[in-house]
Design a protein around this ligand. Structure first.
Ligand SMILES: Cc1ncc(COP(=O)(O)O)c(C=O)c1O
Length: 401
């Protein structure tokens, strides 16, 4: 009887909540990563290769500048667009590094991480029913961000083309409703990146169909095998279509500072600033000051961290080869996306059993798209010592199968 009453109360409460929460939010699936890592919480002695953030602490000079800014009493709002000095530094940085020209006055906006930039980009260009093409596997927020903005995410599976989007596949998916494409390289979760030649091929289709390009290049500093080419450098006619997103989280190990930036045509940046001023107002001043220091003195630290990730990538690839798990060679970021089909387990079974039996956490591929049930994501943003230990456990797990 008591059980029945409790059951009825739960049902009434769920019904009431259905009326309170918007349909759009109810329709969103919870992040596959979060779901899995709720399991990890509370377990002892787990080696986590699941995290998507640097294991390095933010370089000291950058932290010191944040502390100093507080000591000096910088605790106010900044302009909605962000500190002029930071926008100026970003403009100079992009010019120096890539020959890209963005005007700090009206073509650069400081955001609360690339995460906010993605949301602003989607909300400022999407009308209800517009289609946005997303190559998959993709970062977990892309589909939800497009859906929340009223758009329709159209996924292209890249499994058969080494996780890279091919121009012909993009061309096939375009129609009158296609507004743009949301692309990320180096990629989370596969680590693949595109050469200039490959990007040129995609840019021709983009021009043919008059598409906008939301380009998430947050891992640009972590490219190992060739020089990173920003999409916006492919020509003036392409640059006009690009909403360039980047930030300080990955290259400078500043995830907790929550600071990123958006560059684009002044009309688009102004539209994004409108939303930003009503929702965020501005990025935190302490973080913006730290970001200025990152651009002033952080280059050497970025290089050092990159060298270490590169070393780890090579180690992880070697071990995957020894264990016999097939894996596309990643060119950047800090992830590998091997196939676990040979083990006879799905990615979810593999991740769950590996966690329970050997206490190593990896992310099931299905977190990045429904077609990736044969893959897992391993992050090498973990010390070489941890990686060595983790691979011993993974090897013995596979041998015990
Ligand atoms: C591809 C990609 N874009 C954006 C983000 C979020 O970046 P930020 O910390 O700047 O919001 C992440 C974080 O994992 C990511 O992997």
């Amino acid at each position: 009887m008591l059980f029945r009453i409790k059951h009825d109360i739960v049902q009434i409460r769920e019904e009431a909540m259905r009326n309170i929460i918007s349909n759009k939010v109810q329709d969103l699936a919870p992040s596959g990563i979060r779901k899995f890592f709720d399991l990890v919480l509370g377990m002892e002695d787990v080696i986590s290769l699941g995290v998507g953030e640097p294991d390095f602490v933010t370089p000291w000079k950058i932290r010191e500048s944040a502390i100093y800014s507080l000591e000096q009493g910088y605790t106010s709002y900044t302009s909605n667009k962000g500190l002029y000095k930071l926008r100026l530094y970003i403009g100079r940085h992009l010019k120096r590094k890539y020959g890209l020209d963005y005007d700090p006055d009206n073509e650069i906006l400081i955001t609360v991480g690339v995460s906010e930039g993605l949301d602003l980009a989607a909300r400022s260009i999407i009308n209800p029913g517009d289609e946005i093409i997303i190559p998959q596997p993709s970062y977990v927020s892309y589909g939800p961000v497009v859906s929340l903005a009223g758009g329709i995410p159209i996924y292209i599976d890249t499994k058969k083309s080494g996780f890279k989007l091919r121009p012909a596949d993009l061309d096939k998916k375009c129609n009158k409703k296609t507004k743009g494409i949301l692309i990320n390289y180096p990629s989370n979760p596969t680590g693949i990146s595109y050469t200039k030649k490959e990007l040129k091929g995609l840019s021709e289709v983009i021009l043919k169909h008059n598409l906008l390009v939301i380009c998430d290049e947050v891992y640009d500093d972590l490219t190992y095998d060739f020089r990173h080419t920003p999409f916006a450098t492919l020509g003036q006619n392409i640059k006009e279509r690009v909403i360039y997103l980047n930030g300080f989280s990955k290259g400078y190990a500043m995830t907790g500072f929550r600071v990123g930036f958006v560059c684009g045509q002044k009309e688009v940046v102004s539209a994004m600033t409108k939303i930003h001023q009503y929702t965020m107002l501005c990025a935190p001043i302490t973080s913006q000051m730290a970001a200025c220091e990152a651009l002033h003195s952080g280059a050497k630290s970025v290089e050092e961290m990159k060298k270490e990730y590169h070393r780890r990538r090579d180690y992880v690839l070697e071990r995957l080869g020894e264990i016999g798990l097939d894996c596309i060679k990643p060119q950047g970021a800090f992830y590998v996306f091997p196939c676990v089909k040979k083990t006879g387990l799905s990615s979810i079974e593999f991740a769950n059993k590996l966690l329970k039996k050997k206490k190593v956490a990896v992310v099931p591929g299905t977190a990045f798209g429904e077609n990736y049930g044969d893959f897992i994501r391993i992050s090498y943003a973990s010390s070489l010592g941890h990686l060595k230990q983790a691979f011993e456990r993974i090897e013995s797990f596979i041998k015990s199968k």
